[in-house]
Design a protein around this ligand. Structure first.
Ligand code: NAD
Length: 405
């Protein structure tokens, strides 16, 4: 694995020589990245279609469009982010000035997952490059077409001493983790996150871990039923539920459940058609392993919509499960697929106290109209991000933080 060592050393030398420190070179890097994406959109759509059968529209909204606005936002603020921040000096230090200076780490490793294989590989890289670091990206081996394309485009566009894509499977990631990095950014599952943190601790390398989990949506008695159902259908079943902040399960007030489920079914049909398995714009499950895991959940509770699947195309219909309890398999781990379990409640305290006892969710969504109760939910529960009367859309605001508590 000498080439990995060489790749890191090459970047460290480039960094040490001060090549990434000035504003104009960082700006130029970001502009080159944007141009690289713009000039190769057709190839990018094709790769995402191969990996996940993503439609062009979905690929733009959730991958390319996101990156364009991330780059534009970063370019707009770069100068002010780079500037030293003047802070007050106490009287006892009379005659001095005090500053906080923003200093890049050095060589950054970005390890990314397969669900938004372009977006989640490049978004952390944009921030790291803007901050003056060199970046090695290790894309997910499960989204092979995107990984290959990204490696080729980056190699054509950039000096590998600044940005370098290293493809490979778990062995490659583990070998990379043996190298000394100055920062590691990982997006993926909680279990692998623990492995990454362990490996990083060998070199005392700081990490950002963007992990998963079960994100709830609560639909209260006074919620706008039609709109809530419409928004939740999009948020849950886009990318076939393979979204870290997708509503994992619903807690619906007993009194509105019947009507709400009817609306959910109506909007699911409207969005994906009557035969989603044959809708070529409906995303597939990434691989057989995840497909089989998801199929296993279909035995839980009772299916009130969907439930069909096609092993050849790895597609599972948007599926709604009723009669679910916390003992069911589907409630034990993040679902990460197009299966939506419904729990019911009579008083809001039930979901609030249950959710509070679980791991703090990456996202939480509340649907209801009463201002006092909205406030109560926000104050009572701790969660990474979220929305009231919407779901997933908070990710589109670059002024909001993202990634967990
Ligand atoms: P994953 O953890 O299986 O893989 C992610 C990366 O880790 C890949 O590049 C892979 O090569 C590497 N990897 C896998 N096993 C490894 C090991 N034993 N040692 C070292 N590296 C290893 O994640 P995934 O299945 O690709 O992605 C799905 C998960 O990602 C879900 O849990 C989802 O919630 C989470 N996710 C989180 C966010 C977020 O921003 N919080 C965004 C998207 C996805």
């Amino acid at each position: 694995m000498n080439h990995l060592k060489h790749a890191v050393e090459n970047q460290r030398k480039f960094f040490m020589n001060g090549n990434t420190m000035d504003y104009s070179s960082r700006r130029e890097t970001l502009i080159s990245l944007k141009n690289m994406l713009k000039e190769n959109e057709a190839e990018i759509y094709y790769a995402l279609k191969q990996d996940l059968t993503k439609s062009k529209h979905e690929a733009y909204v959730t991958e390319l469009g996101f990156l364009y606005s991330e780059i534009a936002f970063t370019l707009k603020h770069l100068k002010s982010w780079m500037a030293p921040e003047r802070v007050p000096t106490p009287l006892s230090h009379k005659g001095s000035k005090s500053f906080i200076v923003k200093d890049p780490y050095g060589v950054v490793l970005v390890i990314s997952p397969w669900n938004y294989p372009l977006h989640l590989a490049l978004a952390p890289a944009i921030s790291a490059l803007a901050a003056g670091n060199c970046v090695i990206i290790k894309p997910s081996e499960h989204a092979k077409a995107t990984s290959e394309l990204l490696a080729a485009l980056i190699a054509e566009t950039f000096n590998p001493a600044l940005i370098h894509v290293i493809e490979g499977d778990v062995d490659t990631t583990q070998a990379l983790l043996k190298q000394k990095f100055d920062y590691i950014f990982f997006t993926g599952s909680t279990n692998i996150g623990k492995e990454i943190m362990k490996a990083a601790s060998e070199h005392l390398t700081p990490v950002t871990l963007e992990l998963g989990g079960k994100s709830p949506a609560i639909i209260d008695r006074d919620a706008n039923i039609n709109l809530s159902a419409k928004r939740l259908v999009w948020a849950k079943f886009t990318n076939a539920g393979q979204t870290c902040v997708a509503p994992d399960y619903l807690y619906v007030h007993e009194k509105i459940k019947f009507k709400f489920v009817r609306e959910l079914v109506k909007h699911t049909k409207a969005l994906f058609g009557k035969r989603p398995l044959y809708n070529e714009n409906y995303t597939k499950i990434i691989n057989e392993k995840h497909f089989n895991r998801l199929i296993g959940y279909l035995d839980d509770g009772s299916i009130i919509h969907g439930g069909d699947f096609d092993a050849e195309s790895l597609r599972i219909e948007p599926t709604i499960l009723d009669q679910i309890t916390w003992e069911d398999d589907v409630m034990q781990e993040e679902i990460f697929g197009p299966i939506l379990p419904i729990l019911t409640f009579q008083t809001l305290e039930e979901p609030l106290y249950t959710i509070k006892q679980k791991e703090k969710p990456l996202a939480l969504y509340y649907f209801g109209e009463n201002e006092r109760i909205k406030q109560k939910v926000m104050e009572f529960l701790s969660f990474g991000g979220g929305a009231i009367n919407d779901a997933v859309y908070h990710l589109g605001n670059p002024n909001l933080p993202f990634g967990g508590i």
